[in-house]
Design a protein around this ligand. Sequence first.
Ligand SMILES: Nc1ncnc2c1ncn2[C@@H]1O[C@H](COP(=O)(O)OP(=O)(O)OP(=O)(O)O)[C@@H](O)[C@H]1O
Length: 454
Amino acid sequence: MKKGCILVVDDNKNVLSALRILLESYFQKVILLNSPNTLVSQLNDNRPDVILLDMNFSAGINSGNEGLYWLSEIKKFDAELPVVLFTAYADIDLAVSALKQGASDFVVKPWDNAKLVATLQSAYSLRQSRKEVKQLREKQTVINRELNRDKAFCWGQSETMRELRSLLSKVAKTDASILITGENGTGKEVIAREIHRLSVRSEEVLVTVDMGAVSETLFESELFGHVKGSFTDARTDRAGKFEAADGGTLFLDEIGNLNYALQAKLLSVIQSRQVVRVGDNKPIPVDIRLICATNRNLEQSVLNGEFREDLLYRVNTIHLEVPALRDRSEDIPELAEFFLLKYSGKYDKKGLTLSKNAIQKLKEYAWPGNVRELQHAMEKAVILCDGTELQADDFYLRKQEKKSPKLANMSLEDAEKMLIENSIVKNNGNMSAVAIELGITRPTLYSKIKKYDL
Ligand SMILES: Nc1ncnc2c1ncn2[C@@H]1O[C@H](COP(=O)(O)OP(=O)(O)OP(=O)(O)O)[C@@H](O)[C@H]1O
């Protein structure tokens, strides 16, 4: 099938006529120029896919410099456009230097038809592949932006989150490895996305791997890739997550769950910044920024012999600790409004507001599931609410999860009162059970209940 547009520039009319007859059988459009003077305007008007360029145009001048000059003009117009040079035997050294300046190939005159066509066709294929790569990159950039936008981040007003934000703004632009720790649902993954969004790699991809979910047998293949036939299910060559993240950020979630033996393999790749696909022996360099997250205390895991100390030092050049939501209740109103806006838009209830008593209730709750739980509570309340304002009763929060102030900040009496209260709720008002649990007699319990007006 005839494909693409070729532009031929040669001052010899006989050469042009012969090439027209030959090339019209292979290319959809053949443009012939007997002088390069209109070359640039032709590039503009016809957007050829391949150029076949003679090296000499002025009678009596055989230096080839003209060819090099026009080659550089073409490259200025479009650096990706393949240019095949037409040279005489004596010009071969020159042709080699033209290759260094960006020509894709050369053909020696007098030419062999089959060889010339093959060279031009492979230049055309090169052009197509470059176009595809460019389109895919552009598409990827758009997708990355969309993904980043979808996962918007809400910082809140608490001192700890402000400090975290300031630290993050300092480290995001560097390539330093970052370890994010915190309880489940505190926002470790969204913080990793925020770091990526603020980094110089933001136009590239962020690849996430849940280390707890990767099976031991597939670990290497998932992370480092494999070549066809390396194991029963390896039907094609496949890149691993490290290669996929090349140029971007690799986010290893739940790194504390990775088995000890596999930690050594991960460490070796992180140190060498090279992967070897399963079944292959060729190292492939990877340029990644590493972010890891865990809800475990890795220092403790090191002491317990569950986590490699050398790996810990590699991944936590910078350590970010995300506080639990119960320790930053100042953030709750802003987070609640953030999710209200999101879900009132999603469920077509725009204009829905949050009452003061609802905010108060949310602030008093302990949020064991952290921001994730708050997000779900907001979504549910938005779905179920019939009015225009969310009330405290629209939130179904478990009573025993009522927020407990930190013991460290309490007086002895307040602590005692809280323990008795919690025990009464836990034992459904069975005073004998409460007395046994607290290690006091029933009369002592009653006197304390009276004292604290419980
Ligand atoms: N500060 C925040 N702003 C906006 N959304 C947030 C914030 N923190 C958490 N979320 C939302 O809460 C949910 C849980 O967040 P994320 O998955 O990042 O938490 P995590 O700490 O990685 O949890 P896990 O340890 O369970 O994987 C997500 O839907 C996320 O969008």
